[in-house]
Ligand binder design. Structure first.
Ligand code: ATP
Length: 247
């Protein structure tokens, strides 16, 4: 049987500052249990797509002017980000966004705001540490003094504290050494397989994204120009030539 569709983006158009048309009718779906990659170069519209889903465009003077976004069949375009978190969807923004003056552990605890029970919070924290042993080692360190990789882990760990069903992950590989990128994607895969977390991840690093994702969409200038199972995209001659850097 077909897997359940968790997230459905249909024909979404986004305009910035009332005039700049950036998304020109983007459609995509993420099934329950899926890792779906949103690929494309700089400025293709990946971040804009994620922000349209989590309703984070207002502060950028952007708005969804057409189309629909549904989560488990329910329209979510008008929900604020906190309400979306309650529904199980959380975004990890590009650039890590940890609170620099808080310790790693304090940062993680800020992610538990949907939880009232202390025992549940403690259990969730231990789970995060089980996936990210480095964060446990660094739990007393001020986040601003930890490495880029540790801050990326901290951002994902904080999102996990809300026990999400789906994470919108923006450019997790950005600025990280290849070995750390592998480590982070390995953890994403573990969370997907063992905890059932679904992912929509925006990545410029097509190579690594298509090794870990199940399905991919390629965006160019605000349109989906190609989509398919990750394995077939990896073998596609155009993808190889333009996105995998080996013709
Ligand atoms: P990147 O990897 O650089 O984040 P991206 O694929 O995520 O690329 P977006 O950040 O979604 O791309 O940007 C898509 C287009 O929208 C770009 O041309 C960008 O200049 C434009 N854009 C983004 N934010 C705004 C804004 N606040 N106002 C006007 N134009 C914007």
């Amino acid at each position: 049987s077909e897997p359940e569709t968790l997230l459905e983006v249909s024909n979404v158009e986004v305009i910035y500052n009332h005039v700049i048309l950036v998304l020109k009718g983007v459609s995509l779906t993420v099934p329950r249990g899926g890792i779906t990659a949103l690929l494309g170069g700089n400025g293709a519209g990946k971040t804009t797509t994620l922000k349209a889903i989590s309703n984070l465009l207002h502060s950028e003077r952007g708005e969804v002017t057409k189309g629909a976004i549904r989560y488990r069949g329910e329209p979510v375009a008008k929900l604020n980000p906190a309400a979306l978190v309650k529904k199980g969807v959380i975004q990890v923004m590009e650039g890590r966004h940890c609170f620099e003056h808080l310790t790693i552990e304090e940062n993680l605890l800020t992610g538990a705001y949907t939880r009232s029970s202390k025992t549940e919070t403690a259990a969730e924290l231990e789970k995060v540490y089980a996936y990210f042993p480095r964060l446990k080692e660094r739990r007393k360190s001020q986040a601003g003094y930890t490495s880029g990789g540790e801050q990326q882990m901290c951002a994902i760990g904080r999102a996990l504290m809300s026990r999400p069903e789906m994470i919108l992950l923006d450019e997790p590989s950005m600025g990280l050494a290849p070995q750390l990128v592998e480590e982070i994607f390995g953890i994403v895969k573990g969370l997907n397989e063992n905890e059932g977390v679904s992912f929509l991840l925006a990545e410029q690093n097509t190579n690594v994204a298509l090794r870990f994702a199940h399905y991919g969409y390629i965006l160019e200038s605000g349109r989906v120009v190609m989509d398919g199972p990750a394995a077939s995209l990896r073998e596609n001659p155009d993808v190889k030539e333009f996105y995998l850097g080996m013709s």
